[in-house]
Write a protein of this length. Sequence first.
Length: 141
Amino acid sequence: MNQNAILWPGFALAALTFLVWFRLYFERLTEMKAKRVHPQKVANRADAAKLLSNTQALDHYANLFEAPVLFYFTLAAIAVAKLDLAVLLPLAWAFVALRAAHALVHLTYNKVMHRFYAFFLGSVCLWIFIARAAWQLGHSA
């Protein structure tokens, strides 16, 4: 298996982050223009939450810089250490798929329990991914 294959889930998650950013940008500018909100009036999240009603994309964008940071770090560690990808690569793709499902729910109909299931399963997948990579790293030395 090509060792660089472990990097593709990271690029896929980065692409998802960019898509959410574009949606955030479009929705924010559209709402600000419609409500005639001066940009300085939404200089921070607290002010934006008071003046703007659509915050789902902003909330989700911020979420993509929380747990996924651990994912990106683990991808880099796996690539540098050249760990066996037989289990790690499917786990990485599963995490990305669950993050995409989480984004889809959050940015569309936003049913909290559906979003929670995707988030929870993604978190479990991430922790198994990190634990497996750490275990392999510990046993390869």
